[in-house]
Design a protein around this ligand. Sequence first.
Ligand SMILES: Nc1ncnc2c1ncn2[C@@H]1O[C@H](COP(=O)(O)OP(=O)(O)OP(=O)(O)O)[C@@H](O)[C@H]1O
Ligand SMILES: [Mg+2]
Length: 271
Amino acid sequence: MTSARSSLEIVPPGPVVSLRGVGKTYGAGKTALRALAAIDLDIAAGEVTILMGPSGSGKTTLLSIIGCILRPTAGEVRLLGQEVAEENEAARSALRLAHIGFIFQGYNLFPTLSARQNVELALDLKGLGGRARRRRADELLEQVGLGDKGDAYPADLSGGQKQRVAIARALAGEPSLILADEPTAALDLQTGRRIMMLFADLAHRLHRGVVVVTHDSRILDLADRVVTLEDGRIIRDIALPRESAPAAPLDASLLRRRRSRETDLKELVAS
Ligand SMILES: Nc1ncnc2c1ncn2[C@@H]1O[C@H](COP(=O)(O)OP(=O)(O)OP(=O)(O)O)[C@@H](O)[C@H]1O
Ligand SMILES: [Mg+2]
């Protein structure tokens, strides 16, 4: 893994991704369906943003637009300051490869490749070959706690382990932006929380932007920000300021922050 410093250098100041007036309508005419409308959203580096909302509220659509997989039908999308909504497919694909790690809900692993080969494939796309590629794949697997599973095939891995191979693969390109659609849906609480803690570490220590779509209110406390969608619009956007490191002295302002964070979380879980 590169040092935190070099990772910081690749993320320029300002939001990693910025959406203005973004809308998405699927289909046309009588069957047209408006999935998103008037979305203004900035995703910052160094933060885990959770995207939640009822089924059909537009979460996957929004994540796919943020990830340059899907083109909006209205508005602007800027990735690291560059307008992408109007770019052609080849340019968007190059931007995705350079800057974005997408973790899909179904893992999307190749069943006939080992965990290591699944990660190596992503490194191959980045132009890394030979022994360096193998070494890097092993490092990435080690980083997600699967150092001993390089030779295992997806069928022999648990849901949480497959999820972590998918995360290692998404991290292969050292993306500025990591996007995950329901990464904890199929996992037990403890494994889900461990994966969220890995995302938080990537955001806080390596200064990546992380966006996680979830229905799971049990992992909300690990987010820095929770954005709620309803019917294709943002209805709530709450920052959850982080507490200081445990070694820091407790002072009254910290206690106040902690209380307000807990209150915010209670309200979010109840909503
Ligand atoms: N490819 C598509 N073609 C037509 N309509 C679509 C398409 N993808 C999504 N939709 C519709 O757009 C709306 C938003 O869908 P989206 O998948 O973004 O919701 P979601 O919040 O991710 O839901 P879930 O929690 O069930 O995954 C829904 O009404 C859905 O039926
Ligand atoms: Mg979805």
